[in-house]
Ligand binder design. Structure first.
Ligand SMILES: NC(=O)c1ccc[n+]([C@@H]2O[C@H](COP(=O)([O-])OP(=O)(O)OC[C@H]3O[C@@H](n4cnc5c(N)ncnc54)[C@H](OP(=O)(O)O)[C@@H]3O)[C@@H](O)[C@H]2O)c1
Length: 301
């Protein structure tokens, strides 16, 4: 398997197997993916499938597979290390093959969470740490405050939504780009696209394979998900051809800002702010109640 090198020296496979939203079937699909050649699996604590991935990995029995999991628990921010230990135990992976990512930039929380991620990495509990869904603004902020720079940024990226500014900043900072929803969840616009069809015909490949190859040829790691053995095989059949400059330029021009997933900045901004204010309100109510209680007791005495 072709690899790239993270800035800390970790050798990471150039393609990974995405597992959302599969559950039990992963006990069979992880070994299928392994047999087809995948050497990296992407999961998360909130996919509720880590134990199934773990059982699949156990069947495979190769401890050199890179496993990516994520911290996604805004209500357990202070227990990040405990959450990580739970993930590790479900997955049954080794520290030196485990990559831990912060799933979303929750405003008010992500800085505290990143500090705990850094502690995990600095104490040797995982091979690499990174973030997901960090746009240019969040990236600049983390670069300003971090002790350990993220090694990876995983975000939505496909021909219809390329996030070129984020890619550029990551490349300048030596942060590895990882593309999720690389097939745009099979958006009809992609498969029907004339440019992609033309390139696919030229190489006797499918449109999906061309899209995955475009990621690889632009040094971005795609993590396509599939529950079908045929698709799992098709998606890794991308190492017997290479796109030329002209093909890459043509695909680069297909960007039209079309997300297939939610925008993490707007989605969490509102929710987190509300939650944060509620927490503060609850805290001040508790303080007021405690103060009243204190003075009442003083009076009684
Ligand atoms: N960090 C984050 O916030 C975040 C967010 C979203 C996703 N992710 C990760 O990224 C992975 C991939 O993203 P995704 O699942 O959103 O989108 P995706 O990989 O673009 O698309 C998955 C869909 O495409 C279909 N598919 C895959 N290969 C195919 C093929 N060769 N031919 C026809 N259909 C095919 C799959 O159906 P079949 O099962 O029928 O093949 C599935 O419905 C996830 O599994 C997850 O691990 C991370």
């Amino acid at each position: 398997m072709q690899e790239l090198e993270l800035y800390n020296g970790y050798k990471i496979p150039i393609i990974g197997y995405g597992t959302f939203p599969q559950r039990e079937v992963l006990e069979d699909n992880v070994p299928i993916a392994y047999n087809e050649g995948y050497r990296m699996i992407d999961t998360s604590d909130n996919y509720l499938n880590e134990a199934y991935v773990g059982n699949g990995l156990h069947k495979v029995g190769d401890s050199n597979i890179t496993v990516i999991t994520k911290f996604s628990q805004p209500l357990r921010s202070k227990d990040l290390e405990e959450c990580f230990a739970e993930s590790m135990s479900a997955l049954g992976t080794k520290a030196d093959r485990t990559i831990y990512l912060l799933h979303w930039p929750f405003p008010y929380l992500w800085k505290m969470q990143w500090k705990a991620m850094e502690d995990l990495y600095l104490t040797g509990k995982c091979a690499a740490i990174g973030v997901c869904n960090f746009d240019v603004g969040y990236l600049k902020e983390i670069l300003r405050i971090c002790r350990v720079k993220p090694m990876i940024n995983q975000f939505e990226r496909h021909p219809l939504f390329q996030q070129e500014e984020v890619v550029k900043l990551c490349k300048n900072e030596n942060i590895q780009v990882m593309s999720y929803s690389p097939l745009a969840r099979m958006d009809n616009e992609l498969n029907a696209n004339e440019t992609l069809r033309h390139i696919a015909n030229k190489y006797h490949k499918t449109v999906n394979q061309v899209i995955l190859r475009w990621n690889i040829d632009t040094q971005c790691i795609p993590i396509p998900a599939s529950s079908s053995e045929i698709h799992i095989k098709e998606n890794i059949g991308v190492f017997d051809f290479q796109l030329n400059e002209e093909d890459i330029c043509a695909i680069n021009q297909m960007d039209r800002g079309k997300r297939v997933r939610f925008n993490p900045r707007t989605r969490f901004d509102k929710k987190s702010k509300k939650k944060f204010l509620l927490q503060r309100l609850r805290l001040s109510n508790t303080l007021i109640a405690k103060t009243i209680d204190f003075y009442k007791k003083q009076k009684i005495r």
